[in-house]
Write a protein that binds this ligand. Structure first.
Ligand code: SF4
Length: 472
């Protein structure tokens, strides 16, 4: 278990050495490995429980994800699957089909209980309060709730009314995640997202008054016109609001993948050295205010469920990032959604036309997917444990997989080139002993690089990917 680790001195030279493009491991293998040979019949078998994962053991209850792709306006840094639309009829039609998909998925799942619910996007709160209640009612009439049910929703403070918040609360959401990114007016103008401190603070205060138990704020560093000082000022204002969680993302500038990134001016973005300085200062400042570095880009108060799940060895990683519900099947609804069910991943079709057509003919809207081999599951287990708990015991590995860690990964453990486990050990990122592998405090910031050592698909997926983000 990880406990509250001291924050290390972060050496810019060391971080620079490991700054390369790499996956974020919200799945293993990552999405570029998915293929269209995986089709409706495969996913249907998975939903019926015919393709369980042996570790972590598939659990009976389910987690549901709903992708609401619509947004009011385009933020130029956006990297999400979203559609800018204010056509209320279009949104209402999408909602009709989402509700049909709930029924269809449900028909494969016998009487499994709903333990976790997440709405993401796009902007889920681009639905109006009546639509939020309608979708919530459809979910709750299809599923009985597990006792330890939890629900979280991404919200955009710029279009969030009191009625929206109340509707979310009434549907059962107790955790919200606010997009913010940066409070500096010049940065906000450059990225086309104007959102004042007062507006953001108003939403945080109202959410708390209504009874939401956890508020997350998302920040992005590396945006145009940001400076070390301007970002420090944003961070102070955010810390003053006292969110329960903070996510600090590195901006991935990918104009080939996202056409709208090309309206941004790279010459206005902070230099690599400044970005590193922003990261180091921000991490130290956030942790000095009592937040725990959970992993990758996430920080949480010691009292937050994310910290408690990490203490209890129950933290997990899936397409929503860090999750408190290890071993739950995640069933995605809506276009582009990715499900993780047993030993499979399945991605839905990417546009409304295909989505509606599949549901009109009574089919699951499958685009592509992947069935994990035994080796994939073993590697997924290692990568997930390291990313969530920063250690993996040889005994724990043997108990879960029936294999011996040192002999199974003999090749990975023997390599000596730059970026190998041995060279990382020399750089003080990790310790490999007979008893297992332990990530050192500085290695926690380079956990994606460490995970990459166990990724046997990396060469292929990196070639197929339109762009992995930088690891720093
Ligand atoms: S609101 Fe979120 S999803 Fe929509 S464009 Fe902005 S960043 Fe992207």
């Amino acid at each position: 278990m990880v406990g509250f680790a001291p924050i290390p001195e972060l050496d810019p030279e060391l971080l620079k050495k490991y700054d390369r493009a790499g996956p974020r491991y919200t799945s293993y293998p990552t999405a570029p490995a998915f293929h269209e040979g995986f089709q409706v019949a495969d996913y249907a078998r998975a939903l019926k429980g015919e393709m369980p994962a042996p570790f972590p053991t598939s659990r009976q209850n389910v987690s549901l994800y709903f992708h609401i792709p619509f947004c009011d306006t385009l933020c130029f840094f956006c990297g999400c699957n979203m559609i800018v639309s204010n056509n209320r009829e279009r949104i209402a039609t999408y909602l009709d089909y989402l509700i049909r998909e709930i029924q269809l998925n449900r028909s494969y799942l016998s009487d499994r209980l709903l333990e976790q619910l997440h709405w993401g996007g796009g902007t889920p709160t681009h639905l109006n309060p009546q639509e939020i209640r309608r979708l919530g009612d459809a979910i709750h009439s299809a599923y009985s709730q597990a006792e330890n049910f939890e629900a979280s929703c991404e919200v955009d403070p710029r279009e969030l009314t009191d009625e929206h918040l109340q509707a979310l609360y009434d549907v059962g959401f107790r955790r919200i995640s606010l997009g913010l990114q940066d409070l500096n007016p010049s940065v906000q103008k450059a990225v086309n997202r104007i959102q004042s401190l007062d507006l953001t603070k108003g939403v945080v205060d109202k959410a708390r008054n209504i009874g939401f138990q956890s508020v997350n704020i998302d920040l992005i560093y590396g945006l145009p016109r940001q400076t070390i000082e301007s970002f420090a000022a944003t961070l102070e204002q955010v810390l003053e609001m006292g969110p329960d969680r903070i996510a600090l993302f590195n901006f991935a500038y990918l104009p080939k993948m996202f056409k709208h990134h090309s309206v941004l001016h790279p010459e206005e973005m902070p230099s690599a050295a400044d970005k590193l300085e922003i990261l180091i200062r921000s991490v130290q400042r956030i942790c000095s205010r009592g937040y725990r570095f959970i992993g990758m880009d996430h920080f949480a108060r010691e009292t937050d469920e994310l910290s408690r799940a990490q203490d209890h060895g129950d933290l997990y990683r899936n397409f929503q990032g860090y999750s408190t519900k290890k071993g739950l099947d995640v069933i995605a609804h809506g276009i582009t959604g990715i499900s993780q069910v047993g030993r499979t991943y399945c991605q839905s079709v990417k546009n409304e036309k295909d989505y509606f057509a599949a549901l009109d003919s009574g089919n699951l809207p499958v685009l592509r997917g992947y069935e994990l081999s035994e080796d994939d599951m073993i590697r997924r287990f290692v990568i997930t444990e390291l990313m969530c708990h920063f250690s993996l015991g040889s005994d724990q590995f043997q108990k879960a997989t029936g294999k011996q860690f040192q002999s199974y990964f003999a090749r990975e453990l023997e390599r000596t080139e730059a970026g190998s486990l041995k060279s990382m050990q020399e750089d003080g990122l990790l310790q490999i002993r007979d008893s297992g592998i332990e990530i050192m405090p500085v290695g926690r910031f380079l956990i994606r690089n460490i995970a990459m050592c166990f990724d046997s698909h990396l060469q292929n997926t990196a070639a197929k990917s339109t762009g992995y983000s930088r690891t720093i």
